[in-house]
Design a protein around this ligand. Structure first.
Ligand code: SF4
Length: 433
């Protein structure tokens, strides 16, 4: 049997490198000129209110624009860009597409722009009672070109092509994928692809991200494009570049086992750049105290009287994106004195423990789960799916925990400013010339 092949190209000029990557991977073989093609970027989140560094978080417009241009030159006319960003986004996908320059692609090439969250979802049966609501636009495409980012993920270790398809799900199905138990996430979302016509995966590796998937992670310049018509092979190589053998990534292992794939790199052909020349380990997870009372940094700052239980895989992306800001806000309430014996739980399976004066229940799932928990002395429920940060500050203030929202604003500026003037970091990569 022929080995599945993956092309890896070092980017000089994005358009030229992209063409080269398609040539090496023979990525458009099997495409028909009349195909209805859906391009699926990764726009996990965006923010118009506070500075948002997209490096390693969001697929670059430079890559999307090069792809659209090349497809148009080949004569493909029926092109759609579709994504279902976090429902938390106050602005619709339309405004995000404007910010990313996609409207220009619409004007120039007639590309249709679709926000899955505003469209229809179709309940799709995967067998044995497993159902997911998939975006109709994704199901009705003849071919999907999946364009994820080369990044790590604090829960899934890596977030590449297979994971990027989660953006095709309704909010309810996205939450369903983060079910109960540590195994659930890595078993459910790799199945999304089974019903979607993914014909080509192109990993945008212009930047990469440590401790992703959001902008609280740290980005690095990478300058790679990885492409394959085999979605698993592409992810396996992407994971290897980030320093994660596929056998150490549960969702890749599960996918390989259920689809008869080998987990060994040597069973795949890599054309172009070599893995060894670009492989560099990128951390995916945050350091936590051994006694599970909070991020390691909290101990170093001398914060006591507070036990923040580490997020688990049942925490969906909505709450995950708010989790780091929640940590910043709670730490801003530290004025040198111990916290009044506070525990924070989150997600769908963390039960508040005995012996705490105050139990903060972060998100509606934790609120529901702990409703009748006899361990609770005083519950501080932060409802919301995910909870709103400003409301959280108000609520905690009523309970005597004075968080400083400006601390969070400063943190956001810090995240953005740390890339300013840094060689190789260019915000123009998220615009279309
Ligand atoms: S509250 Fe959080 S964990 Fe629960 S469904 Fe909403 S986003 Fe997911």
């Amino acid at each position: 049997m022929a080995k599945a092949s993956v092309s890896m190209v070092k980017v000089s000029d994005v358009y030229e490198s992209f063409k080269e990557s398609l040539r090496l991977s023979n990525g458009l073989a099997g495409f028909n000129i009349a195909d209805k093609i859906l391009i699926k970027p990764n726009i996990v989140s965006w923010d118009f209110e506070l500075p948002f560094p997209p490096y390693g978080v969001v697929t670059t417009s430079a890559v999307i624009s090069a792809l659209v241009k090349i497809l148009s030159e080949y004569g493909f006319k029926n092109l759609t860009i579709g994504e279902g960003s976090l429902p938390k986004l106050r602005t619709t996908g339309d405004a995000v597409y404007g910010a990313l320059g996609y409207k220009k692609l619409q004007e120039r090439y007639g590309v249709k722009l679709v926000d899955f969250n505003q469209g229809e979802f179709v309940s799709t049966d995967y067998g044995e009672g497993f159902k997911l609501d998939l975006a109709k636009e994704a199901l009705e495409a003849d071919k999907i070109i999946n364009v994820p980012v080369l990044k790590t993920h604090s829960q899934a270790k890596v977030s590449l092509g297979i994971k990027n398809l989660k953006g095709c799900l309704s909010k309810k199905s996205k939450q369903y994928c983060h079910g109960l138990g540590d195994e659930e996430l890595s078993l459910t979302f790799p199945r999304i692809i089974e019903k979607l016509p993914v014909a080509l995966t192109i990993i945008d590796g212009l930047y990469t991200l440590e401790k992703g998937p959001g902008p609280t992670g740290k980005a690095f310049k990478k300058g790679l494009i990885i492409a394959s018509s085999d979605p698993f092979a592409c992810d396996l190589v992407g994971a290897a570049i980030l320093g994660y053998p596929a056998k150490e990534v549960p969702h890749l292992t599960n996918y390989a086992n259920s689809h008869g794939y080998s987990l060994e790199l040597s069973d795949y052909e890599v054309i172009g750049e070599s893995i060894e020349d670009h492989q560099k380990f990128v951390e995916h997870d945050f350091d936590w105290s051994e006694d599970n009372t909070g991020p390691s940094g909290f101990k170093k700052r001398g914060i006591t009287g507070l036990a923040i239980r580490k997020y688990d895989s049942s925490l969906c992306t909505g709450c995950s994106v708010q989790y780091n800001p929640m940590l910043i806000l709670i730490s801003s309430a530290f004025k040198g004195l111990p916290f009044p014996n506070v525990e924070v739980v989150s997600g769908k399976q963390q039960l508040a423990s005995k012996g705490f004066e105050n139990s903060i229940l972060f998100g509606k799932c934790a609120c529901h789960l702990n409703k009748n928990n006899p361990n609770l002395k005083k519950a501080i429920p932060l409802w919301g799916c995910p909870p709103d940060l400003e409301k959280m500050v108000e609520k905690l203030a009523k309970e005597g925990l004075e968080c400083d929202y400006n601390e969070y604003v400063r943190f956001r500026h810090y995240l953005f400013d740390r890339y300013k003037g840094k060689e190789g970091f260019n915000l123009a990569d998220w615009s279309v010339e």
